[in-house]
Unconditional design. Sequence first.
Length: 139
Amino acid sequence: MRAGPHVTLTKLRDNWRRFVDNHRSMAELAACPSNELQHIAQDIGLSPAALKFHSFGHLGPSALMPRRLQQLGLDPAYVKVDRTATYRDLERVCAACKAWRRCARDLAKDDVQAGMSSYCLNAFTIDTLTVDWPRTPKH
């Protein structure tokens, strides 16, 4: 079944907004004095080079990785707070991934398992999180 024109226009608008926001963010980051860039990077636990890499990369760490976690039954916000170092590692690995377009297609089709069994570089870490995920106690 094909998406209607409203859905297509909404997706196009959202993609354009993300592009503009990313471009604006990249321009702001590029304009930062080196000492300010150092402070920003230090505040979020990255080197200045890693901060630039993450800022100029694809949307995997900010959109796809949290979506993958959510589709697997994990709360990305909870993981980010409860397992901060692990979450940062997931973001770093995701940012280096070359299969992000395939990931986006699979997640859009709600086929989270395709990546977990073939191309997702974070599969092992996510599987470990899934096994360790707190379960609701049975009464």
